[in-house]
Design a protein around this ligand. Structure first.
Ligand code: HEC
Length: 144
């Protein structure tokens, strides 16, 4: 009796865990176009978010300190259609926006922060990962 209960409990935990994992990380697989920035260094991008003070104005996934409410929440930026309401959300445009927001949208409240192209690529790559960043790091650690 006790044994059956115990096995049932394990079965529920395993199935529940698998269902959670599938829904949370695997499905739906990828909605939008591929939001990947070639040669973007994710780890460096994450540090740059703090370095440039993006965190003071934005909420950013996987950056606990980034709780700013001046600009939009960037947690799910990869799924958004437009950047700042005017630029189609594509990797190249993301890099441009991070480098020259005021040139693209003169009235915007986001300041030009003199972000270099490489910095913008790193930050953009990191932002597009959203909450998947944690998983990618875990996978990296496992293979290295
Ligand atoms: C002084 C506050 C401020 C800082 C600092 C700042 N931003 Fe912004 N950001 C904004 C505002 C406000 C917007 C909305 C712009 C608009 O719609 O015109 C914005 C828009 C964006 C967008 C487009 C978001 C969307 O939903 O369309 C991205 C991406 C972004 N910022 C990334 C960054 C990154 C990365 C940094 C650091 C390098 C940064 N921002 C620094 C205020 C800021």
């Amino acid at each position: 009796m006790y044994r059956t209960f115990f096995l049932l409990l394990i079965a529920i935990l395993v199935i529940g865990g698998m269902t959670y994992y599938t829904l949370r990380f695997q499905w739906p697989r990828d909605r939008g176009p591929k939001m990947v920035i070639a040669d973007g260094d994710l780890q460096r991008g994450r540090l740059m978010v703090l370095e440039f003070g993006c965190s003071g104005c934005h909420i950013v996934a996987s950056v606990r300190q980034a709780r700013g409410r001046v600009g939009p929440n960037l947690e799910n930026i990869r799924e958004q259609i437009y950047l700042a309401g005017i630029l189609p959300n594509q990797p190249d445009n993301m890099v441009q926006w991070l480098m020259n927001p005021r040139e693209i949208s003169p009235q915007t409240a986001m300041p030009d922060l003199h972000v270099s192209e490489q910095d913008a690529r790193d930050i953009g790559a990191f932002l597009y990962m959203g909450s998947r960043y944690r998983m990618s790091q875990a996978a990296d650690n496992a293979t290295h």
